[in-house]
Design a protein around this ligand. Sequence first.
Ligand SMILES: *Cc1c(COP(=O)(O)O)cnc(C)c1O
Length: 364
Amino acid sequence: MDRDKILLTPGPLTTTLRTKLAMLKDWGSWDADFNAVTARVRSSLLDIIHGADSHVVVPLQGSGTFSVEAAIATLVPRDGHVLVLDNGAYCKRAAKLTTLMGREATSLAFDEAESVDPDALDAYLQKDDSITHVVLIHCETGVGVLNPLQAVADVCERRGVGLIVDAMSSFAALEIDARKTRFDALIAASGKCLEGVPGMGFVFIRKQVLAACEGQSQSLAMDLYDQYVYMEKTGQWRFTPPTHVVAALAEAIAQFEEEGGQPARLARYTSNCQTLVQGMQALGFQPFLEPAVQAPIIVTFHAPKVPGYVFKDFYAAVRERGFLLYPGKLTQIETFRVGCIGAIGSHEMQQAVHAIGLALRAMG
Ligand SMILES: *Cc1c(COP(=O)(O)O)cnc(C)c1O
């Protein structure tokens, strides 16, 4: 049937018709109308973290990873030393791109089923004074763990090291308040909990560290300082902007505000997550994580104990019924993931559970 499938993935995700319709217009990248859209998006983004006094926000073309890479290159001096708090796949990606950017990276490893431990960070920083920056993934989308942002930020502040937060899958859903939580940079993207379409990221940079960022990136395109200065001066993006993505994000943010902002989004995703987990448990599925560390963003489930199970067939059987699942990212255990985010509510989650139940029955 010619109907969009519901995306139970952590981005791209299901968007509203209103957001999709915002893309049916061509914009000139130099035009004042488009510059006004960019300015409006930037100011709304700062409002979401109450960061207008303390931070600037710099949008960047590309998927979220492009912005993570740009944040590392822009914020970390070339002789800097980054400590990645590693409890999953996105942490490993951050460590890898830091190394590729020519900065020294060390990983502090934690169990994938648990949050990172701020006390272990504190102890590590006490014995290694070469660390200049800590990288934290707020919600580790690899399995869905929520990490303790405030406690990690407090340790970093006390120890005098910079904190770079990948808040890609948490921003706009979980509370992040720049007045309470100190970070040098925080990264998110258009196509996650703001429910825009993918194609741009954005990085909040603390004003106090901005000046030191000049000339630090070894890349032309991945230079947030340059992008910031140019944007402040001209109102324009340095290179061709993803115009339709920006227009869709502006419309998505308007709906986010109408819905009631971050608390309302968190409430909807929490309800999605509860509906999903309860329904799946009734079908016999077990979540991989303990509830205490589960973020209401994406849930990892153990694969069903069906003889000859392969994810590809399960995926196809659920897809046939209108829903797209996501593969697991664990190497040791067979799992799959179901996202709770996007322009969907508990009705869609109930229908998803129903579709999964039918798929399971069809597979025997
Ligand atoms: C989605 C996501 C990213 C960015 O991934 P892209 O594929 O580049 O969009 C980075 N970190 C986390 C935690 C994410 O969830």
